[in-house]
Write a protein that binds this ligand. Structure first.
Ligand code: SAM
Length: 244
């Protein structure tokens, strides 16, 4: 065997190893599974299927697999993958659910939820839907563009406006999630949650010292609150948000 053949064989083996090696996103998901953050098979496979990279501004894409919030402009962030995982596990999403998200941002979190309530390949008659409200008009446009280009346009509707008052037009919802920190739980969001529904909302100061609160509305309409632990979200603005 001559030197050139040896080099060519070596290069092709290296390429094969590179192809077989998991990409950074896969590795991050494996870590979140190992740490027990991701637990349910459906939530795990959704996180693999809907990578954050496709929803980020171009200059942030290289950092998509870094487990931290990333800037998306206008002082806002796309949530960290571990936070989206925690919320998607706690929401106990079911196929067919109608979901309200307050704070569309990049549209990534909404897309992961859409894949859980209206999985690719499921009959359309079983599809649930995600309504996600964004108060910054430019970000609503950004999220809409991302949702369309990734093929989620039939399962996610981006609404421009103040989501702190909910989205009465499509209420009630099986699940409500707020991805910005509120000073208190906005009453209209609780009202727009179905009996038997689950809501997640970070509650606390405009920066730091916030708790992720889980609200479960019983079939009798009574609500129970549970504190899922400390979190750090950008502030909710609008009627029921923080005032600056
Ligand atoms: N879910 C987003 C994602 O996947 O990229 C991340 C959301 S970011 C942490 C919070 C978002 O909430 C910001 O885009 C912010 O503009 C939005 N927001 C804050 N107050 C709001 C309100 N009252 N109504 C709707 N959106 C609001």
């Amino acid at each position: 065997m001559d030197a050139n053949t040896l080099i060519a064989d070596f290069v092709s083996i290296c390429l094969m190893v590179l192809c077989l090696e998991k990409n950074e996103w896969e590795k991050l998901i494996d870590t979140l599974v190992k740490e027990g953050v991701l637990r349910s098979p459906r939530v795990i496979s959704t996180m693999r299927l809907v990578p954050r990279e496709m929803f980020l501004p171009e200059n942030m894409r290289a950092y998509a697999a870094v487990d931290t919030p990333l800037p998306i402009g206008f002082g806002q962030t796309a949530s960290a993958p571990h936070m989206v995982s925690i919320m998607n596990e706690a929401l106990q999403l079911e196929v067919g659910n109608k979901v309200l998200e307050v704070g569309a941002g990049s549209g990534w979190h909404a897309a992961t939820i859409a894949e859980l309530v209206a999985p690719s390949g499921a009959p359309r008659s079983e599809y649930g839907h995600v309504y996600t409200v964004e108060i910054v008009q430019d970000l609503a446009d950004f999220a809409r563009k991302n949702i369309m280009k990734t093929g989620f346009g039939d399962r996610v509707t981006i609404v421009s406006g103040d989501g702190s008052v909910g989205f009465a037009e499509k209420a009630p919802f099986d699940r409500v999630l707020v991805t910005a920190a509120a000073p208190d739980v906005p009453e209209p969001l609780v009202e727009q949650l179905k009996s038997g529904g689950i809501m997640l909302i970070p509650v606390g100061s405009a920066s730091l010292f916030q708790s992720l609160v889980k609200i479960v509305k019983g079939n009798d309409g009574k609500v129970k609150q549970e504190n899922l632990g400390g979190v750090a979200f950008v502030p909710l603005t609008g009627k029921y948000g923080h005032k600056f």
